[in-house]
Design a binder for this molecule. Structure first.
Ligand code: HDE
Length: 705
């Protein structure tokens, strides 16, 4: 039945115009849907007034005071004064990219969520990577957990998978989040140190709060300093409940597996990068996408049966400090994520994107994990301050691609011009345009009915009390090199604490995980080996080590080639072709800027010995013909690359420059050849694919001792 739309007030005197629908003034300017901002060829004020001068304020004479009436000066400065919005309370430092998610269809057996279940279905995504502790301007390569937040713009509504690069969390209950973050952030009195966990308050909390031990082990491992976002795993952390088309449920953990493999920096390299190039990761992300070397990750799920206990093989699936080893529940690939477009505007997109764990579609539900439950409150709440009110879903980066028909109205920064007079339900006035609730077959979100009962308590299940068996499994599963890195990381971080009691308490925690580790860290701190009760039987999960010994793809890798005026430019050209064919980059480094020219060949010098540092490269080579190069900056470059276990090489007489820089050319991973041959290029590609020459570690350590 068509419902008559009443006027707010009936005209008292009917006029001929009231008999016919009046022609209304067409919508123009910002109200017209097609009208974007920043159009027209002249500079204007925010009101569209053309400006004749934006460089001089209005003054009483060229040497006189500025006049209050200068509306342009006041508008320009006032807007500038308010350009910044509050940074995120955590994960403030971030970088992001657009891309696409393509479903394999293999998830159809466990979920009805169309973007996961339908084979070949493509969904646009926006992914923001971040560090946790540092402020917006802090360095990328600090030791920290990384955020891995994915917004899927599905045709059923937005879904956010707000994960990290570490599969467990510091706390089991969200109520403790302010405590761990207050402990990790800079000290409140002097606001130092920035973006670091190597300080007293962090280790004070962690040593008193042993459920953080597992997460801390991952942080102190190489996972805390990823090589790039491209080589980082992502995890949903919590257990989710997936619902299939028949209403059947499974408990599931989400994993992002980088196609490029999981690789990290070494600690000295990360520290150098923090000073030399604080934008190391975001630059790498943007440069790689610009170069067409897109980032790829497979989405995978571990599928566990749903049960009343919500446990699997003795592991409590509601405990976010526990993983399910991949050997017990293999990660099954369900789709491919490709990041292929840089944002156009950092503020509009990266800063204003708002993720929320409660953004779900039918087929994905949350569980009672008490950490997740608190997150469901926090993410919406935080945007009210950060983005200035409840209308942040209208910001372009947050807008769903699915039709929106809500009854949410008004509020700060309302940009929609809602029509109609009945934004409420039930109503009889909105007619066919008004929204109506959808049933499950119509795509409505209907929660799986689950019985909830229990006494009202502030308590954890007993199974949450085991804090050490999984860190012990993690440590036992690492390779020797990774264990060395982890031991050094603990020794570094505790060595930065001033309070002896905190160091000793933390050594006691380590002793409950592994006595050998605790003793080695204690020795590094000059303290006696602590007593503890190590985990009696330690399981091993091979999937936890990131060193596989199998060369992976080299897309996004960077090779530095040092060259001088007499360098073999033909050889450099052949190498560049081979590398770019696989998505890797070659940069020429020379003593000075400009070009290198030899006959018809020309090479642009992208870096000089003054403007570069070893951290930019995954491998460093000396070109044939450049053997006479000798410079202390080249020595530093090569010595750092040697210490950081990177492939180093030379062809032709380039080997001479390696020797001059004091490089042991007999050491593992030093690639030498008479000329730039195909075999040499292959050797280099394999070395890059292996990421580092770990066989050099003993030599590096012996030199450091
Ligand atoms: Fe977050 N977290 N978090 N978190 N989180 C935020 O939301 C919070 C947790 C994660 O790139 C905030 O919009 C609480 C776990 C990422 O924009 C805030 C708790 C995991 C990002 C917030 C957690 C995460 C955030 C800050 C404990 C991994 C960056 C600004 C209950 C699974 C998202 C914002 C982006 C951001 C709260 C725990 C990941 C304050 C209360 C566990 C990747 O709402």
């Amino acid at each position: 039945m068509a419902v008559k739309r009443p006027r707010r007030s009936e005209p008292t005197v009917p006029s001929p115009a009231a008999m016919e629908p009046a022609a209304t003034t067409p919508l123009t300017g910002a109200l017209a849907p097609e009208q974007g901002l920043q159009t027209g060829e002249y500079l204007t004020t925010a009101q569209g007034l053309r400006l004749s001068d934006t460089d001089h304020s209005l003054k009483a004479g060229p040497r006189g005071p500025s006049l209050l009436e200068d509306f342009h000066l006041r508008e320009k400065i006032t807007h500038f004064d308010h350009e910044r919005i509050p940074e995120r309370v955590v994960h403030a430092r971030g970088a992001a990219a657009h891309g696409v998610f393509r479903a394999y269809g293999s998830a159809a057996s466990v979920t009805k969520a169309r973007f996961l279940a339908e084979e070949g279905k493509e969904t646009p995504v926006f992914v923001r990577f971040s560090t946790v502790l540092g402020s917006r301007g802090s360095a990328d390569t600090v030791r920290d957990t990384r955020g891995f937040a994915v917004k899927f713009y599905t045709d059923q509504g937005n879904v956010d998978l707000v994960g990290n690069n570490i599969p467990v969390f510091f706390i089991q209950d969200g109520i403790k989040f302010p405590d761990i973050i207050h402990a990790g952030k800079p000290h409140p009195d002097r606001e130092i140190p920035q973006a670091q966990s190597a300080h007293d308050t962090f280790w004070d909390f962690v040593s008193l709060h042993t459920e953080a031990t597992h997460h801390v082990f991952w942080n102190m491992s190489d996972r805390g300093i990823p090589r790039s976002y491209r080589t980082m795993e992502g995890f949903g952390v919590h257990t989710f409940r997936l619902v299939d088309a028949d209403g059947g449920t499974h408990l599931v953990k989400f994993h992002w597996k980088p196609v490029a493999g999981v690789h990290s920096l070494v600690w000295e390299e990360a520290q150098i990068a923090a000073g030399v190039d604080p934008d190391f990761h975001r630059r790498d992300l943007a440069d790689a996408i610009d170069a067409g070397a897109f980032l790829e990750y497979e989405l995978g799920i571990q599928v566990m049966p749903d049960s009343a206990e919500e446990t699997f093989e003795g592991i409590d699936l509601l405990d976010p400090t526990k993983i399910v080893p991949e050997e017990l529940a293999p990660v099954q690939p369900i789709g491919l994520l490709t990041l292929n477009r840089n944002p156009d505007n950092y503020h509009a997109e990266v800063e204003q994107v708002a993720f929320h764990t409660g953004h779900l579609v039918p087929g994905i539900e949350v569980t009672n994990d008490p950490l997740m439950q608190a997150r469901l409150f926090s993410y919406l709440d935080t945007q009210l301050t950060r983005l200035g009110g409840p209308n942040f879903p209208q910001l372009p980066i947050n807008r769903p691609h699915a039709p929106v028909n809500d009854n949410l109205r008004d509020g700060m920064h309302q940009t929609a011009v809602h029509r109609g007079i009945a934004p409420y339900l039930p109503n009889s006035l909105a007619g066919a345009e008004g929204p109506a609730p959808a049933s499950a077959p119509e795509g409505g979100f209907v929660h799986v009915p689950r019985l909830v009962e229990g006494a009202k308590v502030r308590a954890n299940p007993v199974s949450f009390d085991d804090h050490f068996s999984q860190p012990a499994m993690f440590y036992a599963s690492l390779s020797e090199v990774e264990r060395i890195h982890l031991t050094e990381a603990f020794t570094f971080e505790l060595g930065k604490c001033y309070e002896q009691a905190i160091r000793e308490r933390m050594l006691g925690v380590l002793a409950n995980v592994d006595a050998g580790l605790a003793a080695r860290v204690a020795a590094g701190l000059g303290l006696p080996a602590p007593a503890g009760t190590p985990v009696p039987e330690v399981a091993v999960s091979a999937a936890l080590s990131q060193i596989t010994g199998v060369p992976g793809p080299i897309a996004g890798r960077v090779v530095g080639v040092v060259a001088g005026p007499k360098a073999d430019l033909a050889g450099i050209g052949k190498l560049r072709d081979a590398l770019t064919a696989q998505g890797a980059l070659l940069r020429v480094i020379a003593p000075h800027g400009g070009e290198l020219v030899k006959g018809l060949r020309k090479e642009i010098i992208e870096r000089t010995l003054l403007t570069t540092r070893s951290i930019e490269y995954d491998a460093v080579l000396i070109a044939g013909g450049a053997g006479d190069l000798a410079d202390v900056k080249l020595t530093v470059l090569l010595q750092e690359a040697f210490r950081h276990a990177k492939a180093i090489g030379a062809w032709g007489d380039g080997v001479q420059a390696l020797r001059t820089a004091g490089i042991d050319v007999e050491a593992p991973g030093i690639l030498l050849a008479d000329g730039m041959t195909a075999a040499y290029r292959k050797q280099l590609v394999t070395a890059l694919g292996l990421h580092r020459v770990w066989a050099r570690t003993p030599q590096v350590m012996a030199a450091a001792a």
